[in-house]
Design a protein around this ligand. Structure first.
Ligand code: AMP
Ligand code: FE
Ligand code: FE
Ligand code: ZN
Length: 290
């Protein structure tokens, strides 16, 4: 079995990249992808650990994007390290996050809530470990809890930082098409992540997929901790119809999403190695077309 979607302390997970790889190996997985939000800072240490443990490693990331039909996360599998163009792109995404985080802080301060960017950054465990983690709302939630300003993560989102929250600021994100194009151009494999997580319906996806494919989309994430069996079947049908590959992963976040386990998700996720073999074929075809 394999898992092609997981987060470390380089974004909003709670395991170091090394711990994450260790857990994947302990779970008996044959392959694991690290796909932190908008960053590849955890790739190198994860790769080293994977070599040591003899587990296949796929360097990846997950980019937040939006297009006419809504907000979508795009997974890039087999992202290169040391690619100037891609590094500059990720730096740009990080700068946009920083601007947004500062706006959220000033909203809190407008409400008289004494929270600082330092408090929030301190919740990104990667800060201490020198991963320059990508900071987002889960870190705000953790800071609010630590200061006793809310009792739970869900209260933090409901009251403050969720879309209906008092301090909510939308993140300025790149166009879905642009992110897909960039990933394809650097020789990575762009995959539409958890298409049903934000309540998109089948008709919307059916309409959207041809356009994303034209821009270089290679596949969709069919298996995911939050997809029902019905949704899995719908996505398999859509992938077939639009001649797209299929991928799958747990979206493991460590203690930030404690119900999700590496490899098995919320219990019964089982993604066979064949899925990875097919994606490798698709990657080869994509690279030879560039
Ligand atoms: P950001 O990229 O900063 O907008 O943060 C997105 C992260 O916040 C994702 O990893 C989500 O899992 C998490 N998130 C979004 N909404 C909620 C919610 N209502 N409760 C808990 N976590 C959430
Ligand atoms: Fe996340
Ligand atoms: Fe996601
Ligand atoms: Zn994810």
């Amino acid at each position: 079995m394999i898992d092609l979607h997981a987060h470390s302390i380089a974004s909003d997970g709670t395991d170091s990249p090394e711990q994450l790889i260790q857990k994947a190996a302990d779970a008996g997985l044959s392959a694991i992808a690290l796909t932190d939000h908008d960053t590849i800072a955890g790739i190198r240490p994860a790769e080293k650990m994977a070599q040591k443990l003899g587990i296949e490693f796929i360097p990846g990331c997950e980019i937040s994007t939006s297009t006419a039909e809504g907000r979508f996360h795009i997974l890039g599998l087999w992202v290169p390290s040391g690619n100037e163009k891609f590094d500059a792109y990720l730096q740009h995404l990080k700068d946009m996050r920083k601007i947004r985080n500062e706006k959220i802080i000033s909203r809190f301060n407008d409400f008289g809530i004494p929270i600082t960017l330092k408090d929030v950054e301190a919740e990104a465990h990667g800060s201490q470990a020198d991963y320059e983690p990508s900071i987002g709302r889960p870190h705000f939630a953790a800071a609010l809890m630590r200061k006793g300003l809310v009792n739970s993560r869900s209260e933090a989102f409901a009251k403050w930082i969720g879309e209906q929250g008092l301090a909510y600021v939308p993140k300025a994100v790149p166009h879905t098409e642009e992110a897909i194009q960039i990933l394809a151009a650097i020789g990575a494999l762009p995959i539409l992540a958890h298409p049903f997580l934000k309540l998109q319906d089948e008709a919307t996806l059916d309409h959207l997929l041809p356009r994303l494919k034209q821009n270089g989309l290679a596949g969709i994430e069919v298996w995911h901790s939050k997809h029902s069996q019905d949704q899995v079947e719908t996505l398999q049908r859509l992938a077939k119809k639009h001649d797209l590959g299929v991928s799958g992963g747990s979206d493991y976040h460590g203690l930030n999403k404690p119900a999700i386990h590496i490899g098995t998700g919320e219990n019964n996720l089982r993604i066979p190695y064949q899925v990875l073999d097919d994606l490798k074929m698709s990657l080869k075809r994509g690279r030879s077309n560039v």
